[in-house]
Design a protein around this ligand. Structure first.
Ligand code: ZN
Length: 196
């Protein structure tokens, strides 16, 4: 899946969990933190792709990617696309959050919710990649790649960046995301409050 699809899938998962399940209250800074955390989480697994779109977005990304690549053992879709990768990167992210939350402006926010947004984004990335031809080595270092549908029907899975992803999956996901937001706003009666 491409970067933009992963971000949309991550935000949709996050919106479903935080807006529909947790029904969190709309606080501008919290919403921004949750969105940023989700975007980072849904991008993080592809840090193992030195030529990935993600690296182009980071200053000096191509140099950095070559330094970091050996850490991810074996190139694209290995450690970072597994449960162990999820645990390691979530731990690193948690430690970074711990440092950031020393700032007084952030200290009263629930660090667990922000970490959860990262994990939701990360998980959504692995889930989405399972629908692609290559599948995902969830149990790395075991080499087996899991996919939906599973082998021997793996040939039915989609090809990253082709028309099916761009013209069908990407628009549908964004419609679902919009629907969740509208549902949340309606349930909260936010529009009514603003109008009155
Ligand atoms: Zn990926």
């Amino acid at each position: 899946m491409t970067y933009k699809t992963h971000v949309s899938v991550g935000l949709t998962f996050s919106a479903a969990i935080f807006l529909l399940l947790y029904k969190i209250e709309l606080q501008p800074i919290l919403i921004v933190l949750l969105i940023i955390s989700t975007v980072i989480g849904s991008s993080a697994p592809d840090l193992d792709t030195p030529t990935g779109e993600l690296w182009d977005k980071i200053p000096a990304g191509s140099v950095l990617s070559r330094i970091i690549k050996p850490v991810f053992i074996g190139g694209h879709r290995h450690l970072s696309h597994s449960i162990i990768g999820l645990l390691i990167l979530s731990t690193i992210y948690f430690l970074i959050l711990k440092l950031m939350f020393l700032l007084p402006i952030l200290s009263h926010f629930n660090i667990g919710l922000i970490l959860l947004a990262f994990i939701i984004g990360y998980f959504s990335h692995l889930f989405a990649d399972m629908f692609t031809e290559m599948g995902v080595p969830l149990l790395f270092p075991l080499e087996y790649h899991f996919g939906i549908p599973p082998d021997p029907l793996g040939r039915l899975r989609i090809k990253t960046g082709r028309w099916f992803e761009n013209l069908i999956i990407y628009p549908i996901i964004n419609i679902v995301l919009l629907a969740i937001i509208i549902l949340y706003i309606r349930n909260q009666g936010i529009l009514g409050r603003i109008i009155n």
